[in-house]
Design a binder for this molecule. Structure first.
Ligand code: NAG
Ligand code: NAG
Length: 191
């Protein structure tokens, strides 16, 4: 992530006392074996959007690749703007409310206009923005770090929501857009 270290540190201090209030109640719903590794709060007007990085359990084959020598000179693969396929699921929870998702979209618009419109997600990690009932996320299931951009996260997650959530699909509670390689996905779900 390209946020300035100072800004992240000061945000992290704010967060340490309030973490439990914001972190999704069911971390397993983010990804298998999800563990929050860092959290910060993004002010949107008087509201606070939570930005959390989770580590996820990875298939054994990916861990082997992870242990191989990395190509330190190569940057992360940038998959921003790459095509993906919408998949709708019902995880048994209620769908997020459009008002809460709109606050996350406001945060995404702020990021897009900032000096850090892109972000990098390590292999086996998920980057999650959440507010109230809504969560938008990018998950990296590939063996390598991936770069993505906030604007696409918002747009792709919203499009998956439009295709998958009420009123179009009254029984679904989650929408994903999955890369045809299967190595990453962007989605929207109940926080
Ligand atoms: C390392 O990355 C560079 C730039 O992407 C690439 O040209 C090169 O082939 C890579 N080397 C290995 C060993 O993967
Ligand atoms: C995102 O940023 C680009 C470059 O500054 C700008 O042209 C575009 O209008 C912005 N889009 C949104 C939705 O904020």
């Amino acid at each position: 992530m390209k946020f300035s270290v100072t800004a992240l540190l000061s945000l992290a201090i704010v967060v340490s006392n309030t973490n439990a209030l914001f972190t999704p109640r069911d971390e397993e719903s983010v990804c298998k074996g999800a563990k929050a590794v860092s959290t910060s709060l993004i002010p949107v007007g008087s509201k606070m959007v939570e930005m959390t990085t989770f580590s996820c359990d990875m298939p054994e084959s990916f861990r082997v690749l992870d242990a191989a020598p990395s190509n330190a000179t190569a940057g992360p693969d940038d998959v921003c703007g790459e095509l993906c396929i919408n998949v709708c699921t019902n995880s048994g929870t209620l769908p997020p409310t459009t008002d809460d998702c709109a606050v996350i979209m406001d945060a995404v618009t702020i990021f897009n206009g900032s000096h850090a419109p892109d972000f990098t997600v390590s292999n086996g990690h998920a980057q999650v923005l959440s507010f109230g009932t809504c969560r938008m996320f990018f998950e990296n299931f590939s063996p390598n770090p991936l770069a993505y951009c906030w604007l696409s996260l918002g747009q792709v997650a919203s499009a998956a929501g439009s295709a998958c959530l009420p009123p179009v699909q009254p029984v679904n509670s989650e929408g994903f857009c999955i890369a045809n390689t299967g190595l990453w996905r962007v989605g929207i779900a109940h926080a």
